[in-house]
Design a protein around this ligand. Sequence first.
Ligand code: GLN
Ligand code: ZN
Length: 770
Amino acid sequence: MTELNNAPAPAPAFPGGTILGYPRIGRMRELKKALESFWKGAISEAELESAAAALRAENRARLAELGLGKDDSSIPSNFSFYDHVLDAAVTFGAVPTRFANLRQDDGSVTLGGYSTIARGEGAKAPLEMTKWFDSNYHYLVPEIGPETEFSLSSTRWVDEFLEAKAAGFLTRPVITGPLTFLYLAKPSDDAPTGFLPIERLADLVAVYAELLGKLADAGAEWVQIDEPVLVADIDADRAEVLANAKAVYEGFVALANRPKLLVAAPYNSLDDALPVLVDAGVDAIAIDLVRGAVPAAVAQGTQIVAGVVDGHNIWRTDLDAALTKVAAVEALGAIVSVGTSTSLFHVPHTLKGEEHLGEELLSWLAFADQKVTEVAVLAAASGTGDVSEALSEAREALASRKAHAGTNKAEVRAALDAVTDADLKRSPYAQRVAAQDARFHLPELATTTIGSFPQTPEIRKARAAWAKGELDDAGYEDAMKAEIASVIELQEQLGLDVLVHGEAERNDMVQYFAELLDGFDVTVNGWVQSYGSRCTRPSILWGDVTRPEPMTVRWAQYAQSLSDKPVKGMLTGPVTILAWSFVRDDQPLGATANQVALALREEIADLEAAGIGIIQVDEPALRELLPLKKKDQAAYLKWSVDSFLLATSGAADDTQVHTHLCYSEFGEIIDAIDGLGADVTSIEAARSRMEVLPAIRNHGYERQIGPGVWDIHSPRVPSTQEITELLELAKESIPGKQLWVNPDCGLKTRAYPETKATLENLIEATRAVR
Ligand code: GLN
Ligand code: ZN
């Protein structure tokens, strides 16, 4: 042995450029297909494993080809079969008691068991699913109690690292951090009242330490620990969060056997958590410089991964602006690498195959693969590389976007400039309700549904044939009309008071409008994971929004012509249209929301002119875009509420405006809901057994509300008795005159048998309670 070998090994430097994660689903949604085949029993567990391994191999090779290093830890190993939070749960042994039988002798679960925890089985509910920070991705909520036996129960992360290593790639394993894991968890069913998952931090951290040792033994030089919870204002004392961060990361740093630690904090600024991580001595920190700001200061020599390429949106990076940010962080005295602001799993794989968008729009965009190239260019620019060509291409694209007629329509700008406060106001509610009562004569506890009826295979077939050109416009129109007619007939038979047309013609409640409005485009293969194997294809809102012609009127009018009862007109609200699209980043979201609102306002006027008296404007995503930092929330709620008011306030007094919101956690935004001013608001309430209603009563809510009495997430048919009880409960808080009876949400994911049976029970229960 030479003397040199006795010297401490030089710390592996962090690579000059990296991404925090890559889409997991596959360019052609290979993972979705493999998973769903596995669930159907069409392929074996081994076949699913090999499909996933092939996908990982393909991704690694592609990332190297796009410019990430094969042997410098810049390629992340961030694969997941279903969800990264579920992966952490099964790795650390946090399997709820009701699924304990799925654990094998060594504590691990098979892919079958893993799927069961994610999807439920019989009476065993799956882990609850909820939104991941301010994104449209849903994670599975771990259930933690005093009984949770943390232990290293899976070698998957180590195995995936070794798999890459064997193929010649030194990757960087990505792990959900312990703070994020526990603060996002909920108390298990077995936990005593008042127990908080974070109480188990020390026990959990010991298992992380064991894992870090195993990764080091396997040869990992760097590991990425994701701690987005540190950027959010959560329901916990900030000082306690910071103290926990200090304890956890000081502990990890002190471990004798561990890889270098990159702590990643996507989605906003770390603020006061940044010095805590620096002082703890973690080896590198990834900060979000798209949503978050350049920090005021950072200790000399701190290794920072500057997240200047937006991982959460699809616009081509302004490389000059990105380099300016990098320089600003360097000026603080940090050592800077370039990175994405978040994992790229929020964006589609590639622009290849989207040529239909046209060269100009394409040149403004960057999907995951294009962003990897941007990272490589920026890393080269921060070094000594000559990237002048890439820089000038990016400048040209930016200039073309700015100058394009579609991003600056004079008539849209003028229409918005002309909006005054009066346009955001309807008459006082008392006056409206009198006019509406006189027009509709609805009974107390009026019954209705949220809009969609089951999307039958026939509807999907007709749409597919129409898209392929096998069915002409007239044929498609007839198929949809037939569906509408049968939905109306069913509702008449059931005896509902306010009908819907069923939304058969809508593939998706946002894309439908995106396809009819100008300023949007849709992709053919721009899928992003929403949860598990479920993907959505967000539309691209790139320009000023205009409405070339009415979008919903002919369907609404047809439906109304079939019944003497009121049929609701059905629109998607501005915030939801924004939340479920990729939205231009060259002006404030509020300005874009108002453009959408003006188009909806015109649509409402046309619906009214066509005789539609009840119009519902859905805003299920209102809470989703709520900023992670409390200081930003008031401004958000103001513009989001104003855009809804701009859309709806042109309605006549005797037009009844409904809105629908898809969740029951109202506390935090009850003022905003009140601010929307809808005559009738339907919400989810069945699962929580009307829990939210006392709060609404105490807040003093004068308008009408439809707390859902059927949890449509499950095919279970609630009995008349059960619905009756829920209605009695609701009446304890809200007078019958203000109450509506409806399911929790739309019925498009349900089938007809349970839909008919439940709606029968709903009507019977309503009659009993009236
Ligand atoms: N009107 C829509 C439907 O019934 C509402 C969907 C939603 O809230 N997500 O499908
Ligand atoms: Zn809903």
